[in-house]
Design a protein. Structure first.
Length: 234
């Protein structure tokens, strides 16, 4: 039996902010095809949808909207990406379901960890929308929380860089890429793997995380080949 996995992709995977539609349907189809391939390889696949292509709380320059409202807008925005991905998966013959902590019975199933596991076991891609359902928590925290709830064997965080570096690779050409890393090392070196809440949750529960640069091909390589990115364990 292959592993049960959970993946987090940023909103930019779905499109670019302030583009004409904010959704890149070709890119969403490519993501869907990669997820279908993983299911065909025997993986049970769950994914957390970000929404940076539509809205981020930090897009608010001043105090026009308070933080709680801004976070709720962001969580609602994740449903747009989730529904687009669900439709793209269904169109290529892959069963999928959107689950949300918000009551939206016409568009998503209520978040229930046992039902999510049941869907995974019948080769259905489970798309987690709505973050944790509470403000002040990021999709990183949602990723680790959902991973624990569904008892995922491995967590994959897709980013726009090759993995975890000792410093910002966009600013420093001599930045070092780590192949493996422990949570204690990351804490000691003050490496920004994920937000503090997610980091503590992952470390305390011994969650295995791989950070890698997203592309449809890299998604397959990271999971089936296990030969790219940075592996983080206790």
């Amino acid at each position: 039996m292959k592993k049960r996995i959970i993946i987090k992709t940023s909103g930019e995977t779905f499109g670019q902010a302030r583009a004409e539609t904010n959704l890149d349907f070709a890119a969403i189809k490519s993501l869907a095809q990669s997820l279908k391939k993983l299911v065909s390889l025997g993986y049970q696949v769950a994914i957390v949808a970000g929404a940076g292509n539509i809205f981020r709380a930090r897009m608010i320059a001043g105090e026009e909207i308070d933080r709680t409202s801004a976070d709720h807008i962001g969580m609602l925005a994740t449903h747009i990406n989730a529904l687009a991905l669900e439709s793209a998966l269904e169109k290529i013959g892959q069963k999928a379901v959107v689950m949300s902590p918000f009551a939206m019975p016409k568009i998503a199933k209520a978040m229930n960890h046992q039902e999510a596991i049941d869907y995974l076991e019948i080769k259905t891609v489970v798309i987690f929308a709505g973050g944790t359902g509470s403000p002040y928590f990021t999709t990183d925290t949602c990723l680790i929380l959902r991973a624990l709830e569904i008892k995922a064997d491995q967590v994959y965080k897709a980013t726009n860089v090759l993995g975890v570096y000792d410093k910002n690779p966009s600013k420093y050409k001599n930045a070092k890429l780590y192949k493996t890393l422990s949570y204690d090392e990351a804490l000691k070196k003050n490496l920004q793997l994920m937000d503090a809440t997610a980091f503590a949750l992952a470390r305390d529960n011994q969650v295995k995380v791989m950070v890698f640069k997203y592309s449809p091909d890299n998604l397959i390589k990271a999971i089936s080949k296990n030969n790219i990115g940075t592996k983080i364990t206790n």
